[in-house]
Design a protein around this ligand. Structure first.
Ligand SMILES: *[C@@H]1O[C@H](CO)[C@@H](O)[C@H](O)[C@H]1NC(C)=O
Ligand SMILES: *[C@@H]1O[C@H](CO)[C@@H](O)[C@H](O)[C@H]1NC(C)=O
Ligand SMILES: *[C@@H]1O[C@H](CO)[C@@H](O)[C@H](O)[C@H]1NC(C)=O
Ligand SMILES: *[C@@H]1O[C@H](CO)[C@@H](O)[C@H](O)[C@H]1NC(C)=O
Ligand SMILES: [Zn+2]
Length: 363
């Protein structure tokens, strides 16, 4: 589809974006079974910080092309020691609305259980969550304008050179095999990897955050839709990840936890095996810099509604994915804090990653 002509049409017809009022939004009655606009989600994030001041704080770690703050919620119990962390991001693709809905549900669940559920309390004591409910704020906002922009995936940075189309696929712009497979070099295409590696503000913001916290982050989980998949690195078929067996085991336990909720099947495997080959993804980058546990969730469904998953599926999708995420988080927590297994894994992995980085042949 030629987005430039769509844009021209929109301008000609003088279509106004439909913006829902945020004023008067009752956050105690915040509806987790509906999709929310960017403004509503921002308001909700501020409210979480106010409602749970002892465990929630916000961190602005970048800005978008349209000057929106890229903000995460840091969630955990205060500590005088530097804690280990868990990364989760949603909404790197603007059209995958179930993803931000999941991050909001996840945050609500952990906040409402850490005082009553001893395991969650232990996790809150030992770890901090770093959760970005909407990473691609510009693209998500644009996808809410009207039916014609509903499928917007990329961010909203303008094309360079002669190109008049907007947007780069942030999840193809990271510094890992950039521009090789599963991308387009044409800027009007949905999988456009950008004019150069890390050309985008969002991928740079994530990269800087991860690099400066690489020794503390135990788990990187990035949430997408659709396909019902739990993907492991790498997206590039010629490379296999050093702790593949371990990731498969943890991923399969998560799929089992998901299935136990509403019977849905999730397939587990390396992205290049069970989906298609990709390059420049945040998942692969996170693993390459040494974060030991790294997964992509592709939530419901398997294609019937695709990106336009109806609102009546938000709750069941979130309920099952929550159990999947919890399974992974609990395993990673227990490996780190209650046994010696992690030390061995981490050492092995550092050695192998170093070996991998020093072989320049596969990039
Ligand atoms: C956490 O502890 C620090 C220093 O002890 C204090 O300044 C800060 O206000 C505390 N934060 C919260 C959220 O309690
Ligand atoms: C971004 O955050 C800063 C610091 O909190 C704030 O002053 C500014 O208004 C925010 N910008 C937007 C567009 O919300
Ligand atoms: C989008 O399409 C639906 C169904 O065709 C219609 O009911 C709705 O009014 C449209 N909304 C906008 C903003 O165009
Ligand atoms: C860009 O447009 C100019 C002027 O029309 C043309 O000379 C040039 O070859 C174009 N560059 C590319 C890369 O297409
Ligand atoms: Zn996606």
């Amino acid at each position: 589809m030629m987005f430039s002509s769509v844009l021209a049409l929109l301008i000609l017809l003088n279509l106004q974006p439909q913006i829902r009022a945020v004023e008067g939004l009752d956050l105690r009655a915040y509806d987790y079974t509906k999709y929310h606009t960017m403004d509503e989600i921002s308001g909700w994030m501020q409210q979480m910080e106010k409602d749970y001041p002892e465990v929630v704080s916000s961190v602005i770690y970048g800005t978008t092309y349209e000057k929106r703050n890229i903000t995460l919620l840091k969630i955990g119990l205060n500590s005088t020691e530097l804690k280990k962390g868990i990364w989760m991001d949603c909404g790197i693709h603007g059209n995958e609305w179930i993803s931000p809905a999941f991050c909001q549900y996840f945050i609500k669940q952990i906040l409402s259980s850490y005082k009553t559920d001893p395991k969650m309390g232990e996790i809150f004591k030992n770890l901090d969550f770093y959760i970005t409910p909407v990473l691609n704020r510009d693209g998500y906002t644009y996808s809410w304008k009207d039916n014609m922009t509903r499928q917007w995936r990329k961010n909203r940075s303008p094309g360079t050179g002669n190109c008049t189309c907007y947007g780069t696929d942030i999840n193809r712009n990271f510094n890992v095999n950039w521009g090789t497979v599963g991308v387009s070099k044409l800027c009007c295409i949905g999988m456009y990897c950008g004019p150069s590696v890390l050309s985008e503000l969002e991928s740079r913001a994530v990269t800087e955050f991860l690099e400066s916290n690489r020794n503390r982050i135990l788990l990187f989980l990035t949430v997408h839709s659709f396909g019902q998949l739990i993907l492991l690195p790498y997206g590039h078929s010629s490379v296999s990840v050093p702790n593949y067996e371990e990731l498969m085991e943890v991923g399969q336990a998560a799929a089992k936890a998901i299935k136990s909720v509403h019977g849905m099947d999730y397939t587990v495997g390396a992205a290049s095996d069970v989906m298609y080959q990709t390059s420049g993804s945040s998942r692969d980058f996170a693993r390459l810099i040494g974060i030991p546990f790294v997964f992509t969730f592709e939530l419901r469904d398997k294609g019937e509604f695709g990106f336009k998953l109806p609102e009546d599926q938000i709750q069941p999708t979130c309920e099952e994915a929550y159990q999947g995420a919890l399974s992974i988080i609990t395993t990673v927590h227990d490996k780190t804090f209650t046994s010696a297994a992690f030390t061995i894994t981490a050492t092995l992995w550092t050695t192998l990653t170093a070996a991998c980085l020093s072989t320049a042949t596969w990039v």
